[in-house]
Design a protein. Structure first.
Length: 389
């Protein structure tokens, strides 16, 4: 839940005020967001492996301290350079490292019930998505957008960091029938990052890693723009966040159960179908209720993809080097959230509203769902293969 302060849905609530304060167009703000997020993805590749070597009880509070500093910089910064640095740190610490540390730890600690364990920890995202937008909009109206960021920094220091120190005071180590050596992947072994990057299966999965993050980011990033285009108020759109969160929670647990029962590979072709339908519904939506339905369907995909993202890689490549392997996958996800606002903002500046762009995104989701059927069959065949010799 602490990652919320670096997630797009939270930062996007300040988009109007940021654009006004720094005199930015939709495309310029999207470009800054893209540059900061791509930079955070690069840094994540470099430092993501720390999740393999640094105990979570030390690493998590350090990242949270940096996150608090980023929030304070958002509150106090006065020029574009400080805005760029603040957004970079928010994305690296919040969306990047918080998400990466959580998924790596849970995948390593659990095997037989990995899907359900991942679904439980994923609750932090929709809880934040359901609670924070409406509260934050009210606080912005009360104390201003900079004061709200200062309050966020205070919450991280006074609530999040003490909670992490208390909950992680006793470190956990993997245990079980394998004597704590970790769960192997394909061919009964643990794959290193270089080995994963040399295997074509990883690249076959890259489009799936990119898509939910891309669409999930831009649909929240441009919420203010959608309100302006449709003539809606932000408070009227606030219930859509709760609809998104409810769908994400419900389908997260369903996907967790199905992943434990049948394996995450079988879910690959169905992940993006609800999101594709939701994107098609955006343009014709005439009321905030239609927007809520679209976000509900996007939330369905988010719940499934979040669980798969946490269970697929350890199942395929093992857990001993999971931090360094996952850092690549997380960086790809972060990269997708980086290019999204820049690309869609560029089209908005040229007269193509974001709801109209949803048709192309829906078509992409359906095409990729079909392409993932042979990928699923190939992966299942690889899982049946034994190690050479």
């Amino acid at each position: 839940m602490g990652s919320s302060f670096g997630q797009t849905y939270f930062i996007s609530l300040f988009a109007g005020e940021i654009r006004t304060a720094y005199r930015l167009t939709d495309g310029q703000w999207g470009g800054i967001y893209t540059l900061a997020t791509i930079s955070s993805a690069v840094l994540l590749i470099v430092f993501g492996g720390r999740a393999d070597t640094v105990p979570l009880s030390r690493l998590a509070p350090i990242v949270a301290i940096m996150l608090a500093g980023a929030a304070m910089l958002m509150a106090l910064g006065q020029n574009l350079w400080t805005l760029l640095i603040a957004v970079f740190l928010l994305r690296f610490c919040g969306q990047g490292m918080m998400t990466h540390m959580k998924a790596t730890a849970m995948a390593r600690w659990f095997v037989a019930t990995r899907g359900r364990a991942m679904a439980i920890t994923n609750l932090g995202y929709p809880i934040g998505e359901a609670l924070l937008p409406a509260v934050t909009v009210g606080i912005i109206a009360w104390i201003g957008w900079r004061g709200t960021w200062g309050l966020a920094a205070g919450l991280i220091v006074l609530a999040l960091i003490p909670a992490l120190l208390w909950l992680l005071a006793q470190d956990r180590s993997p245990t079980g029938l394998d004597g704590g050596r970790g769960a192997p992947g394909l061919q009964g072994r643990h794959w290193t990052r270089s080995e994963v990057l040399r295997h074509p299966l990883f690249y076959a999965l890259v489009p799936l890693l990119l898509t939910p993050g891309f669409i999930g980011t831009v649909i929240f990033f441009h919420a203010v723009h959608v309100a302006e285009v449709k003539g809606w108020s932000l408070p009227a759109m606030a219930p859509s966040y709760a609809a998104y969160a409810a769908a994400s929670v419900g389908m997260g647990f369903v996907a967790g159960f199905l992943s434990d029962r049948f394996g995450p590979v079988r879910l690959l072709p169905i992940v993006l179908i609800p999101e594709g339908i939701g994107m098609f519904l955006m343009a014709p939506a005439e009321t905030p209720v239609g927007w809520s339905v679209a976000l509900f369907l996007v939330g369905v995909t988010n719940g499934i993809s979040a669980t798969i993202a946490g269970t697929l890689l350890p199942g395929l490549f093992g857990t001993n080097h999971l931090g360094s392997v996952r850092s690549i996958a997380t960086a790809i996800m972060v990269f997708s959230t980086a290019i999204g606002p820049g690309i869609t903002g560029w089209f908005i500046d040229r007269g193509v509203s974001f709801p109209d762009q949803g048709v192309a995104m829906g078509l992409w989701c359906f095409a990729l769902s079909l392409a993932l059927i042979p990928v699923m069959m190939w992966t299942q065949r690889l899982q049946r293969e034994r190690a050479p010799g």
